[in-house]
Design a protein around this ligand. Structure first.
Ligand SMILES: [Zn+2]
Ligand SMILES: [Zn+2]
Length: 254
């Protein structure tokens, strides 16, 4: 399978509008971070993990047009507000887009995109088919098993996902014991790290590295990064050997 990082930035993206910092003014393309999202090609299945405000540009930047389903980690706008732009994919594929998420997330999806769920919607709205997932119940898309992983984003219970030996976690602050048991022998771990300083709802770098040391994946990739880190080149040099800074457009074969 192939995982492509479509976006690796925190909720405001990098650069932040009007910010004078070195990261926001870097000329290295790896320092241009759109909102966090990833695209998984798994045999014939094409999954989008989260669909933030940069979704349209991310698909264009990466030459992608096929999406069989969208998996939502949680309902914050930087992870779902791009769903209006599935319209051309509805058209190309000739069908509605299945959107998977916890019951609370699907409830929020219907509020955020109320116009798409009216009884007689305006023609041309995105066609979304919500699918509720249970937090401890594995589910299948086509013949592929996906293991949902409960993690905490501060106090908010959100979802990570395991696809065979790949685990994808974003917006994490804590990983409960039961989820750690399901993660522990993975080969590739994607995990969020916001900045050096502590934060109430996100792992900082030290906390993320601590989880990585405990989980011991072959390779770990950091995502959902803020501009508080130094530019990519400098930051990458500060990390342990098996830990990489993800960047927009990076693909990893698992
Ligand atoms: Zn986020
Ligand atoms: Zn969030």
């Amino acid at each position: 399978m192939k995982l492509s990082f479509l976006g690796t930035g925190t909720s405001q993206g990098i650069p932040i509008i009007g910010c004078p910092c070195a990261n926001c003014n870097s000329i290295d393309p790896r320092d241009k971070r759109t909102r966090t999202s990833a695209y998984l090609e798994w045999d014939g299945l094409h999954l989008l993990i989260d669909c933030g405000p940069d979704f349209r540009q991310q698909m264009l930047n990466n030459g992608l047009s096929k999406v069989d389903a969208v998996l939502l980690t949680h309902e914050h706008n930087d992870h779902l507000i791009g769903l209006d732009d599935v319209r051309p994919i509805n058209y190309l594929q000739g069908k509605d887009m299945p959107v998977y998420g916890l019951e609370r997330v699907i409830h929020e999806l219907k509020l955020r995109f109320a116009y798409a769920f009216e009884d007689r919607p305006y023609p041309g709205v995105p066609k979304l088919t919500p699918v509720v997932i249970e937090k401890e119940t594995d589910f299948f898309i086509q013949d592929k098993k996906i293991i949902p992983l409960t993690v905490f984003h501060g106090k908010l219970e959100i979802s990570g996902f395991r696809f065979e030996d790949l685990v994808y976690l974003t917006d994490v602050k804590t990983i409960p014991e039961g989820s750690l048991e399901k993660i522990i022998n993975c080969k590739i771990l994607v995990i969020s790290a916001l900045r050096y300083q502590e934060h109430s709802t996100h792992l900082n770098l030290e906390e993320a590295l601590e989880y990585i040391r405990f989980i011991r994946p072959e390779r770990a990739f950091l995502t959902h990064l803020s501009h508080k880190f130094p530019p990519h080149n400098k930051f990458a040099g500060q990390l342990p050997e098996n830990v990489y800074v993800a960047f927009d457009g990076l693909s990893v074969i698992c």
